[in-house]
Design a protein around this ligand. Structure first.
Ligand SMILES: [Fe+2]
Ligand SMILES: [Fe+2]
Length: 349
């Protein structure tokens, strides 16, 4: 049924419906009127010809490779901007375990990493054997590894955010702003997955592996986070270290010409939009640099969280400290990197 041409507005934060204005005052009013209240900050004006009730099940194709119009979606978590120099400065680093809980986190991670390698057919080449055919990774193998890695990497932030959210509700206590950073990390990891799914169609075996892996990993991580959140953040810090090793090796493969045309092939549009990739840097190689930089931020955030008092300390990534002396402080973007995390005595109270 064709409807008359109308303008459709999402009546959310920015649209400031007059009827609600008198009921919102104080800081909430400021957030509301500047469009920060709900995160949905944009108005969508478009001509529409059918309502949701006019759609058929076939229209609701939620497969990630469906031809949906990406432009209709509103980005709720804008990705922080990064310069090319910042992206290229990311490097492999390792947090040296300092106590028993660090060593436990590191050992568990090594165990999981070996399983990852087995399932994704990955053999890390010793130095000098990068060109050995036994260690070569094809495009398909890289994408399978990325999909597997990202589908697991999206779990911890959601679990941590969820547990802290419930804790805050149940005990009626403030959370000190950890939840937002953790949920944003989970969102960011899922965006990585959505991007790679544009290039890879996993088969039934991979889907079954993901099903099993998520079922086991989610539950184990959930219980562990309830009991030992600090060890869990250290574990995620080590997991992210491995992700950076993986993406660094992929970058080396692309730059050495071992990976077909990824240094010239255009990245998927969803990635270009999400990262606001500049027109001159929109190749698959550029994309891997962006993704690796995200992993570097996760590495830093989780190692920092692993250093903090889980109950008392505020999230240093949620408050920008302006220091006249220029002492660097944790930042949500890549402006003050600290690969192995910030110590408590380095963070302004
Ligand atoms: Fe990721
Ligand atoms: Fe990550």
């Amino acid at each position: 049924m064709i409807k008359p041409q109308v303008t459709f507005k999402l009546l959310l934060a920015n649209s400031k419906p007059l009827v609600l204005r008198p009921f919102i005052s104080g800081p909430a009013s400021a957030a509301f009127h500047t469009g920060r209240a709900l995160g949905y900050q944009k108005e969508i004006h478009e001509q529409w010809t059918k309502t949701l009730s006019d759609t058929k099940p076939a229209d609701d194709d939620s497969s990630l490779n469906s031809k949906i119009d990406e432009n209709r979606f509103v980005v709720t978590w804008e990705h922080p901007q990064a310069t090319l120099q910042q992206l290229h400065q990311v490097s492999v680093a390792h947090h040296q375990p300092k106590n028993l809980s660090d060593r436990i986190a590191s050992r568990v991670l090594l165990l999981i990493r070996s399983s990852f390698d087995l399932f994704t057919g990955y053999h890390h080449p010793p130095k000098g054997k990068e060109n050995d055919p036994n260690f070569q990774m094809s495009e398909r193998k890289w994408l399978e590894r990325f999909v597997f890695l990202e589908s697991i990497a999206g779990v911890p932030g959601m679990v941590g955010g969820m547990v802290r959210h419930l804790h805050s509700l149940r005990l009626m206590r403030r959370d000190k702003a950890w939840i937002e950073t953790l949920l944003e990390e989970a969102y960011n990891e899922r965006m990585h997955l959505l991007i790679f799914m544009k290039l890879s169609k996993p088969g039934i075996f991979m889907r079954l592996m993901l099903l099993g892996a998520q079922g086991v990993f989610f539950n184990l991580f959930f219980i562990s986070y309830l009991l030992f959140p600090r060890i869990c953040h250290r574990f995620v810090g080590y997991l992210e270290e491995e992700a950076i090793v993986t993406y660094t090796r992929c970058i080396e493969d692309i730059e050495a010409g071992r990976l077909s045309d990824w240094n010239t092939r255009k990245a998927p549009q969803i990635a270009i939009d999400y990262y606001h990739m500049p027109p001159e840097n929109q190749t698959m190689l550029d994309l891997i640099y962006y993704v690796r930089a995200d992993e570097a931020k996760h590495r830093e955030v989780n190692h920092t969280f692993g250093n903090l008092d889980q109950k008392r300390d505020r999230n240093p990534y949620a408050l920008k400290i302006i220091d006249d002396k220029g002492t660097p402080q944790p930042a949500a973007d890549l402006s003050a990197p600290k690969p192995t995390g910030w110590e408590r005595n380095e963070i302004a109270a």
